[in-house]
Structure formats: C-alpha cells, structure tokens
Write a protein that binds this ligand. Structure first.
Ligand code: B12
Length: 252
C-alpha cells in the first residue's frame, strides 16, 4: 500500500491532508497519485487549482515528451477532477471554482482529443451521444465520445440538456444502431428511463441499443430503466458499443 509521502507533488499531498476525510477516499487518492508520474501529478494539481493555462501547457509538454494520451486523461485529468468532486461535495468549493476546474479539464482535453479521436480506420458504426434533459455536465460524455471516435465510431454529439424527442429524432435521422446517454445528477437520471419509454412509445425500441453512464448511474439502475448496457467509464463505453455491433441480439 502506498503512503502519502510516495506522492511527489506537495500541493496534492496538502489537498489530500486538508480536504479528504473519509478513509477509503484518502486511501484511493494516495494510491492513485502515488502511481502517477510527477508530470501527471503536476497536471492534476493545476486542474485542482483551476489553472487552465498551466493544464494547457503541461498537457502539451507531456504529449511532446511521449506520454500516452490515455495516461494523461486517467492519471492527470480524471484523477484531479476526483479531488475537485470531493471538495465540491463537502462544500469546500462552490460552482464558480468547479467551473474553473472544468475549464482547466477542457484545456487539457483539447490536446488529447485529436489523438484519442483519430482512429485512422474505416468507420465501424454510428453512435448518438447526449447528456439527458436538465443536466449540463458534459466532461465525461465528451471523453466517451473521444474514445468512441478513436475506436472508429462515427459519433453525433447532441450536447447537454437533451430531450427525449431530440434523442429520437437523431437516432432516426442518422439511422444509428446505438444511443448513449449520460447523467451526473440524481435528479436527471430518471430522464434516461423516460427517454427509453419514449422510444417504446414510438415503436423504435427494437431499432436501437441503449447504453447509459455517468457517476451516479449503476448497473442496477440501468437494468431498472430498461437500458441494454451500463458503462462505468469511457473504456467500458467503447467496449459496450463494440459488443452491441458484434452481437446485437445478445443481452448485456
Ligand atoms: C464538473 C462538475 C460540474 C460542472 C460541470 C461542467 C461541465 N461542463 O461538465 C458545473 C460547475 C457546471 C456543475 C454544475 C452543477 N453540479 Co456538478 N459536478 C461536477 C463534478 C465536480 C465533476 C463531474 C465530472 O466532470 N467528472 C469527471 C468525468 C470524467 O467523470 P464522469 O462525468 O462520471 O464520466 C465518466 C463516467 O461516468 C463515464 N460516463 C459518463 N457518461 C457516460 C455515458 C455512457 C453511455 C457511458 C457508457 C459512460 C459514461 O465515462 C466518463 C469517463 O470515464 C461532479 C462530482 C463528481 N464526483 O462527479 C459534480 C456533481 C455531479 N455536481 C453536482 C451538483 C449538485 C451540481 C449542481 C446542481 C450545483 C448547483 N448547485 O448548481 C449543478 C447542476 C447543473 C446542471 N443542471 O447540470 C453533484 C450531484 C449530486 C447529485 N446527487 O445529484 C456532484 C456529484 C457534486 C457533489 N455534490 O458531490 N458541476
């Protein structure tokens, strides 16, 4: 097991000591950052600090040094956002600070996006992606989209606050066999189920495989809503979409 002294970045050590209180979260944070390189820890620290200029520069520099885009995404950007989420939940920071962190996340993502999205292979299928109605969180959805594109999918991004009708229209317009919905709020998660019901009402449910995800979403919730699959992260999102294409009649 790693110890806090295994984390090279002093700012991150202080953040963990000052803001994390739950023992499982402390242990997870220590393990996550201790196994990350100092360069990735620096990206996380700048993101936690809401410093988009530094995240921009460090991400570009890490790519130039040969660091894999996926490593930057996981060990730098997502790891940093994990700390932001806990500080937000515990009221140590508020919406304006989180917005600054989201901006920093996007400054990093703009560099890794072209790499993760560039599959260089023939398109293998079409996916519609969107964040459900009432929900403005798009960072996780956008990461899923990058990874899907990188795997060869053509993705139509409906953005945030997407209504049932918009999902239905897009699936019909692009004849997409796969739909992915994202939700980050417990209050907007039920809109996934409402969208699935709308597909049933329009007699279109058999035409499309529906996957759902987002931090509060679980496999049980996905099953209860009648989704075809649940993915915990962007890699799982790609794996699900591929499974849907390869064996569309199987249950997931
Ligand atoms: C950044 C953030 C914001 C930013 C969003 C910026 C943006 N452009 O997205 C801002 C500041 C705007 C914001 C606003 C709000 N937020 Co907010 N936010 C967050 C925060 C800190 C991080 C979310 C994030 O980006 N995570 C990083 C990404 C990479 O992870 P992810 O989204 O989970 O995505 C991954 C997986 O879930 C999966 N995935 C995601 N989508 C999909 C889809 C499919 C199909 C699949 C297979 C997989 C998949 O893959 C992704 C990549 O690995 C979370 C904390 C948290 N723990 O999640 C709170 C959080 C979600 N927010 C919260 C709240 C309360 C709010 C506000 C209501 C605050 C307010 N008082 O106004 C508003 C709501 C606005 C709205 N109507 O949507 C709460 C929700 C609590 C709850 N129980 O519902 C959280 C949990 C914070 C907390 N209190 O603990 N927020």
């Amino acid at each position: 097991m790693a110890s806090i002294n295994d984390i090279a970045n002093e700012f991150i050590r202080e953040e963990i000591e000052e803001f994390l209180e739950e023992s499982d979260e402390i242990a997870l944070a220590i393990d996550t950052f201790a196994q990350a390189t100092p360069a990735m820890q620096d990206i996380s620290a700048a993101l936690i600090d809401g410093d988009h200029h530094t995240v921009d520069e460090l991400t570009e520099a890490a790519l130039e040094d040969g660091t894999e885009a996926l490593e930057i995404m996981d060990d730098g950007l997502i790891a940093g956002m994990g700390i932001v989420g806990i500080k937000f939940r515990e009221n140590f920071i508020f919406v304006p600070e989180v917005l600054a962190c989201a901006r920093a996340m996007k400054a990093g993502m703009q560099h890794i996006e072209p790499i993760l999205s560039d599959s260089g292979i023939e398109p293998i299928g079409t996916v519609i992606m969107g964040t459900v109605k009432g929900d403005l969180h798009d960072i996780g959805k956008n990461l899923c989209i990058m990874m899907l594109r990188g795997a060869g999918f053509v993705v139509h991004d409906l953005g945030v606050d997407t209504s049932e009708d918009e999902f239905i229209e897009a699936v019909e317009e692009y004849e997409a066999p796969i739909l992915g919905m994202s939700a980050l709020l417990t209050t907007t998660m039920p809109n996934m189920g409402k969208t699935i019901d709308a597909f049933i009402d329009e007699d279109l449910r058999e035409e499309v495989k529906i996957m759902v995800g987002g931090a509060p979403v679980t496999q049980t919730f996905a099953d209860d809503m009648g989704a075809d699959g649940y993915g915990k992260d962007a890699l799982a999102c790609v794996a699900l979409a591929k499974q849907f294409l390869e064996a569309p009649d199987e249950e997931w």
